[in-house]
Design a protein around this ligand. Structure first.
Ligand SMILES: [Zn+2]
Length: 508
């Protein structure tokens, strides 16, 4: 425990217990926007929250994680990865009141919720899913809504100064759903009754190209007929569920502050908020959820394992991290080589121990795929068996096949398009030939490794330059693995083949 107490989940757990020393069960919340498909980033935040639950347990404290879906939010635009242009007619409606583009669920929002619930079942099954649509409709929020309506002027006084001046006119914290056209982002509240929690509205607003239907009406705020704007919505959840902890990105510091003020206004206590840094691209730009260009949380799973994402989520969340294609290999390799003595291990592998693959790393597999230019998993399994033991590979076949699938994606997406065998000088070829002979003289990986150094030094070349030449010839890359282990992995025959292929390519 002594080293673990320095880990961030324990620090957060201590903050929670200090603020509510007597509470029997702590509520940890995390949110989900149901306007698109959930992805690994969504789950990443649930996992990160679970780490805090684990730390609370270490302190002898019970907790529950609520994953709250904002499925009452209106659809503002058609997600890029959903091919359903007809959704344009439904923009501005709550996503649970829009037909499911896939035709399998009750609505668009329910479809996304179902996907999320399925991902949760695989990653953090103890977390409890909650839907905003349900909570607003079934009375869960009624007491909180009534309270907030009685404090409406206070909410306005807190919120308006945080808004841009041109947006303040006519703005109201409650968005009614138009009973005529079903849209939530086109209604304007004209007056309200704070005691009875009712609003009089007109459907005369617009956003983007979407216009209101012109309807006028008066309706109750109860029974799922509308919702609060999101910062008041956040406060409502904190208040109603008695949330003790919620983490959020650095971009939401001001929002969380306002939500905290609103909670206090209605007599609640804001949760402990942990602020995490956002991931950056290699160029130092913020990784956007919506662009999908390059590595993002959305597509991490195409190349990286859930375990590698767990590690990414575990590494100091308050430190800014740049994510590039190399990061996927680094994080995956780190999980595959992590020992049980590592204090991070029980967090990364909270769902069960990692199979023992005898030191096999993800980068080995990627190098293998690259070197033999084979993307057939069966053939690759055979190769891996030769180096890491056929029994071991067969016993863990499901896990290894998952790694293979991701490595093949990595090879096809990032390596193949940039692979380039260099043009060598005669002197460089002479050294490559010496290497080609060296590997026939010994089967020992260390001896091959040392031999490469010796060849370079004896011929007046810096070893790192010679390694670069070899990586160019063997992998079409500037960097690569330890040559000794690599030769063993792909086999001497294939190395000879790669050398002669590179030579004929140069000779044209
Ligand atoms: Zn309308």
């Amino acid at each position: 425990m002594s080293t673990e107490n320095k880990l961030w989940p324990h620090q957060e757990a201590k903050r929670i217990v200090e603020r509510w020393p007597q509470k029997e069960k702590y509520i940890l919340q995390t949110g989900f926007g149901a306007s698109g498909h959930p992805h690994m980033g969504t789950i990443g935040e649930v996992v990160r929250t679970y780490y805090v639950a684990m730390a609370l347990k270490d302190l002898g404290k019970e907790s529950e994680i609520i994953v709250f879906s904002d499925d009452m939010d209106g659809l503002r635009k058609i997600p890029k990865n959903i091919d359903a242009p007809w959704l344009a007619d439904h923009l501005g409606k709550p996503v649970t009141m829009i037909p499911d583009p896939y035709g399998t669920a009750k609505s668009f929002g329910h479809h996304m919720d179902e996907e999320l619930v399925e991902m949760m079942a695989r990653t953090v099954p103890s977390a409890r899913f909650m839907s905003a649509t349900d909570a607003y409709a079934n009375g869960t929020f009624d007491e909180g809504i009534r309270k907030m309506f009685r404090h409406m002027q206070g909410i306005l006084d807190l919120t308006l100064p945080t808004m841009r001046e041109e947006n303040r006119e006519g703005w109201f914290p409650w968005f009614p759903i138009c009973e005529n056209c079903g849209k939530i982002y086109t209604t304007k509240v004209e007056s309200y009754d704070g005691e009875n929690a009712t609003v009089t509205y007109s459907c005369t607003g617009e956003f983007r190209d979407v216009k209101g239907c012109g309807h006028h009406g008066t309706q109750s705020a109860l029974g799922g007929r509308g919702k609060f704007f999101w910062k008041a919505d956040w406060a409502l959840r904190w208040y109603v569920f008695g949330v003790n902890f919620e983490m959020h990105g650095k971009d939401l510091i001001d929002s969380a502050k306002l939500s905290g003020e609103i909670v206090k206004l209605i007599g609640g206590k804001p949760p402990v908020n942990m602020v995490y840094e956002l991931f950056l691209t290699e160029e130092g730009r913020k990784i956007s959820k919506s662009t999908g260009a390059g590595i993002s949380m959305e597509n991490w799973g195409r190349w990286g394992t859930q375990d590698s994402l767990n590690l990414l989520m575990f590494k100091n969340p308050k430190q800014q991290k740049k994510l590039g294609t190399d990061s996927i290999i680094q994080y995956t390799d780190e999980t595959l080589t992590m020992t049980k003595e590592d204090p991070q291990y029980r967090f990364i592998y909270y769902h069960g121990d990692r199979p023992d693959l005898g030191g096999l790393r993800y980068s080995d597999i990627i190098n293998l795929v690259n070197a033999i230019s084979v993307t057939d998993p069966d053939q690759l399994l055979e190769y891996l068996g030769r180096s890491f033991g056929h029994d071991r590979i067969r016993q863990n076949e499901v896990f290894v096949r998952e790694l293979l699938g991701k490595a093949i994606n990595y090879y096809e997406d990032f390596i193949l398009p940039t692979r380039e065998v260099p043009t060598l000088t005669d002197a460089q070829w002479a050294l490559v030939d010496k290497f080609d002979r060296l590997i026939d003289e010994t089967n020992d990986g260390d001896a091959i490794q040392t031999g490469v150094f010796t060849i370079a030094k004896e011929n007046g070349m810096a070893p790192k330059d010679f390694f670069q030449v070899l990586y160019g010839v063997l992998l079409g890359a500037e960097s690569g693995p330890r040559i000794g282990g690599f030769v063993k992995l792909v086999g001497k025959d294939r190395i000879h083949e790669l050398v002669s292929k590179a030579r004929s390519a140069q000779q044209g």
